[in-house]
Each structure stands twice: as C-alpha cells, then as structure tokens.
Design a protein around this ligand. Structure first.
Ligand code: PMP
Ligand code: GLN
Length: 389
C-alpha cells in the first residue's frame, strides 16, 4: 500500500501545525508558545468531581446525546450568559471536543456538491473536515491588519450551492472579536440565501477590556439557523478532557447527533459529570479567568513589543499575532522554525490557517499563545529580546 492510495484530503496534508510545533519545541527544549493549551489545569472542583465520578461511576457508555446533567447545564448556561432559551433534551449535544463537534456538524449538514464558506484565516481542522464530506469550500479573505469582514466579499462567495457559513468569534488565530456590524453581515447573508451558520464560539469567555460576547444566534431570525459550539477545554482550561458541546434548534442538533453517533459515538461519562459541575461555578470564576488571561495578554504584548515586534490588536482568545517584517523576517514558517531552534521559543505561522490552494496567503504573521504562567512568558520574551535585539 502506498500513501498515494489513501484519502488525499488527509494524506496529502502535512501533520497538523500544533503537534508539529510542539514536537519541535520538545526537540530544541524551547518554551512552547505555539500550540494553545494552558500550563495550569482548571478548577479543582472539576478535577475532584472527575476523579470521584471515575471511582463511583458511571464508566460505561454515556447516552449518545450526552448525560442529562450536562445537557441541562449547557441549556442553563445559554440562558445565564445570553438569555437564550434552549431545550436541554432536544437542543443540546455533548461531543468529544469542539473538534469532533465541528466534524459532526459538517458531516451532518454537507454532501457532495454543496459549498461551505470559510473566512480566511480559519481554524485548521475546518477545511479537511469539510472536504472529507465531499463538499467544496469558498474562501472570503479577511485583510490585515484589521481583518474586517466585507459584506461584498461574503456575497460574492455565496452561490446557489452554498449550504453553510462558518464563523469563529473570538477568532483563532487572530484574537479578533466580530463586531455587531460584522455579525449582521453574516445574519443578512444567512437570511437572504437560507443558510446554516456554524458558530465556533470556543473562546466565548475569553474576551477582554469589558467587551461582551455576542452569539450570532441572538440576532433576529438566527435562532433557527445557527449552531453554537463550545469547549470545556477552553472554558475550564481542561483541553485534555475532550468535552465539547453544541446548542441549536432541534432539527440541526439532530443532524449533528446523527453524525456524532458514528464518529465518537459518545463522550466520557465521568468527565461529562465533572464538566456539568463546572457550569455551576459562580460569576467569580469567569471574572478571574478573564482577568488573569487579560493580564497575560498585556504582559506578552509588552514583551513582544520590547523584542521589536509590531504587535496586532488582540481582543479575545489566548493568542496574539505579530508582523515579523518588523524584525526583518519575511517567511512565517521559516521564522517559527528559527526562533524555536535558536531563541528557544516556539510559535505558530499564520499561513497554516489558510487552505493549501490559497497561494497568496500572507506569510508575514506569527501567532504566540499567552495562556502560560507569567514567569514562563517573561522567560520567553527575554529569550526573544536577547535573540532579536
Ligand atoms: N475551534 C477553535 C477556534 C479552536 O481554537 C479550537 C482548539 N483550540 C477548537 C475549535 C477545538 O477545540 P477542542 O479542543 O475542544 O476540540
Ligand atoms: N486550538 C489549539 C491551538 O490553536 C490547539 C488544538 C490542537 O492542538 N488541536 O493552538
């Protein structure tokens, strides 16, 4: 068997940029500001509940849709933060990480001949997952440095084959939060062309400077067209739990569930119970989580500026982008390899967030992640300053 006989959607692509950069960081003993994962685990209450639930059960298959306690918590969370009325028993679904939720959505909604619209740059798994369904992708390029969505560009990308649009706010890798005007552009297109919108909102609780998160689903007529995807990995700093959740109208949730049952089937029952406990945490948890992360953003931003980088705005997520032309570099992938090996700090090139066919994708931006302890960020920015200045 040669790899040329395997499905090229996967086999013709390189390994994902995140494990690739993490492996390189390990090889050169570099501080890993590439792959986005916190270096401190989330709340102790959740960890304890997980270990109790493993000891006491349930440890057999959970219901396909998720354990009732977590489904109830997901619905209550929609009400608590966004005043959305979601029926736990028909309008929620527990998935094995947002990654699997996205795959289940694309497999549930798309078939060969359909088109999906992606705003580029976009989170890495969207394109291969969509292509694996047999659907094709149309891209709308967001232009640096503000990465603003243009209504005309979106309209041009939509054809009579378009079935869905994917949006991601707050945005990985850009750290951009979509404005109400931009959300309205998407809503208008969805209404006009009768489209589904897959809303990747995994960083919903990581928006800074007092700005709110606005789910597209809260805009007029959007309740029936959108699914919202969240992640316990991001909200509770437990990326290894692999628990995600999807909310939306029953017809869309059923379609996603029908794919989910043949992808992951179910998600770990004891961890679902633990995450349900997380949803009951008070407002203090969210306030502190956001404030801590904002402090880290400010710290990394200042350190990167001191190292000579032109730093782009970051309103949410745990990623910050720099323009590497400010330090005399011109190729993001080469630059990331070089700083990992020489400065001993790993980062991720933004070109990895474009489709391989997008030959004109910018190659001068690099993403650093700041969900690390301040002393780690200090060490990393000191190393970058020493190497670059
Ligand atoms: N969407 C975005 C925008 C992400 O950044 C990530 C991962 N960090 C995911 C989805 C996947 O989340 P999960 O780890 O829950 O699969
Ligand atoms: N979402 C994380 C990032 O953007 C990594 C997730 C992964 O490794 N799949 O860095």
């Amino acid at each position: 068997m040669t790899s040329s006989s395997f499905n090229p959607v996967f086999s013709a692509r390189p390994q994902s940029i995140f494990p690739t950069m993490s492996a390189l960081a390990r090889k050169y003993d570099a501080i890993n500001l590439g792959q986005g994962f916190p270096d401190e685990d989330g709340p102790e209450e959740i960890l304890r509940m997980a270990s109790d639930a493993i000891m006491e059960g349930p440890n057999q298959y959970a219901p396909v849709e998720g354990v009732p306690a977590l489904r109830k918590a997901i619905a209550a969370d929609n009400k608590r933060f966004y005043n959305l009325d979601i029926d736990p028993s028909t309008e929620t679904l527990v998935v094995s990480g947002a990654t699997e939720g996205l795959a289940a959505a694309f497999f549930g909604f798309l078939e060969p001949g359909d088109e999906a619209v992606l705003l580029a740059p976009f989170y890495e798994c969207y394109a291969p997952q969509i292509e694996a369904t047999g659907a094709s992708i149309r891209f709308v390029d967001l232009e640096p440095p503000n990465w603003t969505l243009d209504a005309g560009a979106l309209e041009n990308a939509i054809t009579d084959k378009t079935k869905l649009i994917v949006i991601n706010t707050p945005h990985n890798p850009l750290g951009k939060v979509m404005t109400r005007d931009e959300l309205e552009i998407v809503a208008e297109a969805a209404r006009k062309h009768d489209l589904i919108v897959v809303c990747d909102e995994v960083y919903e609780h990581l928006i800074f400077d007092g700005r709110p998160h606005i789910p597209l689903m809260t805009l007029p007529d959007m309740r029936e067209r959108c699914i919202r995807i969240g992640s316990a990995g991001k909200t509770f700093s437990l990326t290894g739990f692999r628990i995600g959740y999807v909310s939306g109208p029953a017809s869309l949730i059923t379609a996603v569930m029908k794919a989910h049952q043949h992808l992951a089937y179910t998600s770990p029952a004891p961890l679902q119970l633990a995450v349900a406990k997380g949803f009951a945490l008070g407002d203090d948890y969210y306030r502190t989580f956001r404030a801590d992360m904002q402090e880290k953003r400010d710290f990394l931003r200042a350190g990167l500026a001191r190292a000579g980088f032109d730093v782009l705005p970051c309103d949410g997520t745990y990623f910050i982008t720099v323009d590497i032309r400010s330090v005399g570099a011109s190729d993001d992938a080469d630059f990331c390899r070089m700083i990992t090996e020489k400065a001993k700090v790993a980062a991720v090139p933004l070109s990895a967030f474009y489709h391989p066919s997008q030959e004109n994708a910018p190659r001068v931006y690099v993403r650093f992640c700041f969900c690390k302890r301040i002393e780690v960020l200090k060490d990393a920015t000191d190393r970058l300053s020493q190497y670059l200045c």
